[in-house]
Design a protein. Structure first.
Lengths: 285, 365
């Protein structure tokens, strides 16, 4: 760190506030909108001063929306639950499949290994819509459309390559000698994998899981086409706020606040794993 | 029958052939220092014995049983890695305890064993530290403790002093032989430092060109090297080498070098008229100020004091340590150490100090 003068510190603080405002402003604005009625939001010029109302949150939680055209039933909390189920299950399954696969790709050279790994990555290149058309036909045929199982399966296209490739890099960074030493100590390869490789790759696993969770949470197109309202996540559910009697901005804002919360909390929680530099000092470089 | 037998072992990595038909027999309790240039396959050999790498061909037997095909966990070996390879997420205690846990030892015994080996290696006070909190020397001792704690039948040490500073390396070089004797293991010690090899090995194995060139006692490697490469690598400053061509003469074959005729031993008569190398160790070149029989005139360009001597570690009857050195050639008389000898202090060379002030007491002028 260079020594800073008082002036330098002030300038830096101002710049930091500016950058922070720039990035946080949309979130702040949505947060404020969620406490306003549609009329307050749409007035011109907009104002920062208003009498806050909880009506948006009440509507979201109760699932009953009063519009000029009458009462509308919208199961938004159910959408939130769907999002949670889909994201957690997808990431869980991807971790279960991806970590051993990543370890295998990192440690063993086998025939076509590199090709298989790259094929898995290439799933990320394919435009989702291209995949979806045939997939929706197949899913209807085998009865997987409109099921959690079907969606979690398709979500693997998003989460599995991510976890596989990030975690593989972390496994490759662990000195194989650490694992060899553990084997020589008299432990099986499975014990070595569980007690040495996974704990040492934990920061990478946490980062990959978090990223995969966010990607799964934000996914829109798979659920839109392959699921009906009973299993649709918040991203698709929010479409319903565009009603015949206009767009319900206040309720959308409240819905956004709800849907951002889980990822935000998870990110805050996982942060300490992300910065955990465990491998440092283990091996002389 | 030797305790550890490496029998015609070969291994290649892709196009690179690292070992070809390498063979070595080690007796129980013996320490073999494996010396060779980097890339000679020393580390690969240790890994083959540990079971980390599989051999393409050949057999490895420990105590008469072939271990080919057995996983590392099924072979009774301990290994210290050049890069330490400590478990970074566990404190030193757990690192050292790992081989004991691997064999299902009960907790109380583990505690006692770890404490014991830690005290021997003087790391008992840092057992609760994580590897990253340890100094390099402590890491190296922890790695050594981990390989020793179970008292394995075969101990593989892969250049364990490579990554520690010179002072510590010197200390450990003195300490290791005693330590290894206590554990009664059969030891393979890999090093790139010929002095380390000579200091630690009961025998030295020179690994070069994919197989062992010579396996012999350190003094024999030095005095009776099998190849010019070995002669060149053992000795600092290096041996003098001069190309020459023996010619027959009236009093037998000889070479003419520096204007002096040097007789060639009779057993080398077959080499007459064929190109040879004459090698002479620096300590065997006698330098005088005046001419004498067989001497030839040379120019003295530089004098560089090296103070390279053989170090001897003595212990008085009242258990005090005495450090002595002698010239390398004299040192060979003492063999590998551990025997009663007699020491004499050269009274004229003693330096006297005042214990209270630490000042040198100079003889009155």
């Amino acid at each position: 760190m260079s020594r800073s003068t008082p002036l330098g510190r002030v300038v830096r603080a101002i710049l930091l506030v500016l950058v922070g405002l720039f990035f946080l402003f949309p979130i702040l604005w949505v947060f404020l909108m969620s406490f306003q009625t549609n009329e307050q939001i749409l007035r011109i010029p907009p104002s920062l001063f208003f009498v806050p109302t909880l009506s948006n949150y009440v509507a979201i939680i109760s699932g009953r929306f009063e519009t000029t055209a009458g009462t509308l039933e919208l199961p938004f909390m159910h959408n939130l639950w769907n999002s949670l189920v889909l994201s957690v299950c997808s990431v869980g399954l991807s971790l279960l499949l991806g970590i051993p696969a990543a370890y295998a790709f990192a440690r063993f050279k086998f025939r076509l290994g590199e090709n298989i790994a790259f094929t898995l990555l290439s799933f990320r290149f394919a435009p989702a819509l291209l995949v979806l058309l045939p997939l929706s036909l197949y899913f209807q045929e085998i009865g997987l459309s409109d099921t959690y199982t079907g969606l979690v399966w398709v979500y693997q296209l998003i989460t599995l390559p991510l976890i596989l490739w990030i975690v593989r890099g972390y496994f490759e960074d662990i000195s194989p000698d650490i694992e060899h030493a553990y084997r020589i100590d008299g432990h099986s390869w499975l014990a070595t994998f569980l007690k040495i490789a996974i704990p040492l790759a934990r920061p990478g696993i946490a980062a990959a899981a978090l990223l995969a969770f966010i990607f799964a949470w934000n996914n829109f197109i798979f659920a839109l086409i392959l699921g009906s309202s009973s299993i649709q996540p918040v991203t698709v559910g929010a479409l319903a706020f565009v009603t015949a009697s206009g767009i319900q901005y206040g309720q959308i804002a409240a819905a956004v606040v709800f849907s951002v919360l889980p990822t935000l909390l998870l990110a805050l929680y996982a942060q300490r794993y992300l910065v955990e530099g465990l491998s440092l000092g283990a091996v002389k470089g | 029958m030797s305790f550890l037998v490496i029998d015609g072992v070969s291994r290649r990595f892709g196009k690179l052939e690292v070992l070809r038909d390498a063979a070595l027999s080690v007796e129980r309790g013996e320490t073999i220092a494996i010396f060779g240039p980097s890339g000679a396959g020393k580390t690969v050999l240790l890994r083959l014995i540990a079971g980390i790498v599989a051999a393409d061909a050949g057999d490895i037997r420990i105590a008469g049983e072939s271990v080919v095909g057995l996983g590392p966990e099924a072979r009774d070996v301990g290994m210290a890695f050049q890069n330490f390879a400590l478990y970074p997420h566990w404190p030193a205690f757990e690192n050292i305890a790992s081989p004991l846990r691997g064999r299902g030892m009960v907790e109380a015994d583990i505690k006692q064993k770890v404490q014991q080996v830690a005290e021997l290696l003087r790391i008992a006070h840092v057992l609760h530290h994580l590897p990253k909190q340890l100094s390099n020397g402590q890491k190296q001792r922890t790695a050594l403790a981990r390989s020793l704690v179970r008292g394995p039948q075969v101990l593989l040490l892969d250049d364990p002093l490579r990554n520690v500073d010179a002072k510590l390396r010197y200390e450990m070089r003195l300490e290791l032989p005693r330590l290894l004797r206590q554990f009664e293991s059969t030891v393979l010690y890999v090093t790139q430092d010929y002095k380390e090899a000579m200091a630690l090995g009961d025998r030295v194995g020179v690994l070069q060109g994919r197989c062992f060139q010579q396996v012999d006692r350190p003094a024999a490697i030095y005095n009776d090297p099998r190849t010019v490469e070995i002669a060149r690598q053992f000795g600092d400053p290096a041996i003098n080498l001069y190309p020459c061509r023996p010619v027959p003469g009236a009093s037998g074959a000889g070479v003419e070098i520096f204007g002096v005729r040097v007789a060639v031993p009779d057993r080398l008569a077959a080499m007459v008229d064929r190109p040879c190398l004459l090698g002479i160790r620096p300590e065997d070149v006698r330098v005088e100020l005046t001419a004498g029989p067989g001497a030839f005139p040379v120019e003295l360009d530089a004098v560089t004091p090296l103070n390279v001597r053989t170090a001897l570690f003595l212990r008085s009857p009242d258990r005090q340590e005495i450090l002595a050195t002698c010239s390398e050639s004299e040192g060979t008389r003492f063999g590998r150490g551990h025997r009663p000898v007699f020491a004499r202090l050269d009274a004229g060379k003693i330096l006297w100090f005042d214990q209270a002030t630490g000042e040198r007491l100079r003889p009155a002028a």
